[in-house]
Design a protein. Structure first.
Length: 213
């Protein structure tokens, strides 16, 4: 197929493949953008919620700051997980279309890997291990630090109003809850097994004679 464009020696089968892969690529890009919007919407809502808790000063609301931010982190990672799914699928569709066109017509996935983080890279949510530093990693670390500070501040204010035993039990429970969730995220993102498995499925020969994505 190399060197042959859709306008020269093209077959009906080529047209069908091009149309199918282009539609899949469009769906994956739409999915990626949708979950990006959800991600930033979640950050805005959680930030407003934390600000309201500190402004109102209710002990009940302050007690929810820590667990709420842990849940926000998990939900953000879930949105990132969905974006990774769309990125891996879109990358495979771009590679198939490029082979059909005989050149590097579509390179968005290559630019994403360079600008944000590599495909199937070991990481914890949005922080990749090793490799080149990117602003995306700094953005993730920024919120991790900000959430840790907000949680510590809320715990300090709770300590002033709660009995020492209650504060200690709350702190231990919150720490255990955070560790369980970090462990869960590490189990999924830590070795990028899910992304690599998906890529293997997309790379498998699907009977089209093009060798997959």
């Amino acid at each position: 197929m190399a060197g042959r464009g859709l306008g020269w020696g093209v077959t009906e089968r080529d047209k069908c493949l091009y149309d199918a892969w282009t539609r899949q690529l469009e769906r994956m890009r739409a999915m990626q953008y949708a979950y990006n919007r959800k991600f930033f919407g979640l950050l805005a809502v959680s930030s407003l919620g934390v600000a309201a808790a500190f402004h109102l000063g209710s002990m009940e609301l302050l007690a929810l700051v820590g667990p709420g931010l842990v849940t926000t982190g998990v939900a953000s990672s879930f949105f990132l997980h969905q974006c990774d799914f769309a990125r891996v699928h879109a990358r495979a569709m771009e590679r198939r279309i490029n082979r059909l066109l005989g050149g590097r017509a579509l390179i968005a996935s290559e630019l994403e890997a360079e600008y944000f983080y590599p495909h199937a890279a070991p990481k914890l949510s949005g922080v990749t291990w090793g490799g080149r530093w990117t602003l995306f990693q700094g953005f993730t670390l920024h919120f991790c630090v900000a959430w840790a500070v907000a949680t510590g501040w809320a715990l300090w204010r709770l300590r002033r109003n709660w009995e020492p035993g209650v504060t200690w039990a709350y702190g231990v429970g919150l720490g255990a809850w955070a560790l369980v969730n970090v462990g869960m995220l590490h189990a999924w993102f830590g070795d990028a097994h899910g992304e690599r498995r998906m890529q293997e499925q997309l790379d498998a020969d699907d009977g089209l004679g093009l060798g997959g994505g």
